[in-house]
Design a protein around this ligand. Structure first.
Ligand code: UDP
Ligand code: MG
Length: 311
């Protein structure tokens, strides 16, 4: 059983030697105990780093060609794209994606492999504690996951990109040709038998986060717009609400003009059309949004189904 690790690296020269040492030790240990084949290894994906990352990867590869492999992207394509490049190009019966900064616990890799042996196609690494993250990151992450769920996007709570995927899950993933990728939500869409292993997320071993706030927001927006049509529907709902309100305002205006002496000349004829036209515009936008949403889903050409077994 060949299990390869996929490690996206962007300017990670500060942690890479230690990461390589620990990951190789994990594979060595499992290979010695006969859990995985000795041909298992580590695929570093250099995401267009500007520091010595690629030199380090090349040196590792030269030192232990059977254990270390390198994939170099031509430019910085982003974490998700780098991850996908590794998942598409690394061979093996299963792949485990893990960050280069060792925030994810190398120690649970054997449990992931064990779950795979027990027949799970996808094993999610789920953070038990987020003590190492700042309060802001913790609360914003929780709020974001809630929002995603409310919008109908299925994600595993407190799971990022530390996961094992079997060859057939990877093949299924290969059929998704969309370019706005948010793997966290894409993987649950695949189906198959899945389970989770739990770990404590530690602090970054060295170096600084490669996810500044802007990038994180970009990823967050991507997670919503790539998977949910609900924001478009909300426009339609707002339109219907506005229409109802304008109708009520109209009745009220008529009542004021006809039965009281408080009617101001010209008021109703200004306010009612404004509310009415506003509602009409929002409804129209909602209808157009509905069609755009359909077009969006069609152009993604996502597979409609994936056969797990035929008897
Ligand atoms: N990463 C990457 N390309 C990028 C940004 C990040 O390949 O453009 C990698 C990075 O090297 C690390 C992983 O993605 O292995 C997660 O990044 P980081 O640890 O900086 O994110 P954080 O844990 O702070 O959210
Ligand atoms: Mg990190």
């Amino acid at each position: 059983m060949i299990i390869n690790l996929v490690v996206p690296c962007y300017n990670e020269e500060a942690v890479l030697p230690e990461t390589a040492r620990q990951l190789a030790a994990a594979i060595d240990g499992m290979a010695e105990r006969g859990i995985v084949s000795d041909r298992s290894g580590i695929y570093f994906v250099d995401d267009g780093s500007r520091d010595r990352t690629w030199d380090l990867i090349a040196a590792l590869q030269a030192a232990r060609p059977a254990r270390f492999h390198g994939i170099k992207l031509s430019r910085n394509c982003g974490h998700q794209a780098a991850l996908l490049a590794g998942l598409r190009h690394a061979p093996g019966d299963a792949l485990i994606s893990i960050d280069a900064d060792l925030q994810d616990d190398v120690g649970v890799i054997p449990s992931m492999v064990e779950e795979f042996r027990l027949g799970h196609d996808i094993v999610y690494g789920v953070r038990q504690g987020r003590r190492s993250d700042s309060a802001f990151k913790r609360s914003s992450a929780t709020a974001y996951y809630r929002l995603l769920r409310w919008l109908g996007v299925e994600v595993v709570l407190d799971h990022a990109d530390f996961r094992l995927m079997s060859r057939r899950a990877l093949d299924a993933l290969g059929k998704y040709q969309e370019v706005n990728i948010f793997l966290r939500a894409l993987v649950p869409l695949l189906g198959f038998k899945a389970t989770s292993v739990y770990y404590d997320r530690s602090a970054r071993l060295a170096g600084v986060s490669k996810y500044p706030l802007g990038r994180m927001l970009g990823l967050a927006v991507n997670g919503i717009t790539s998977f949910s049509m609900r924001p478009l529907r909300l426009i339609a709902y707002a339109g219907f609400t506005m229409s109802m309100v304008s109708f009520l305002i109209g009745i009220w205006a008529l009542f004021v003009v006809s039965f009281t002496s408080r009617g101001v000349p010209g008021w109703a004829s200004i306010v009612v059309p404004i509310a009415f036209v506003g509602g009409l515009q929002l409804v129209s936008l909602g209808v157009i949004g509905e069609y755009i949403g359909k077009i969006y889903m069609e152009v993604k050409r996502r597979p409609l189904f994936e056969i797990e077994e035929i008897r």
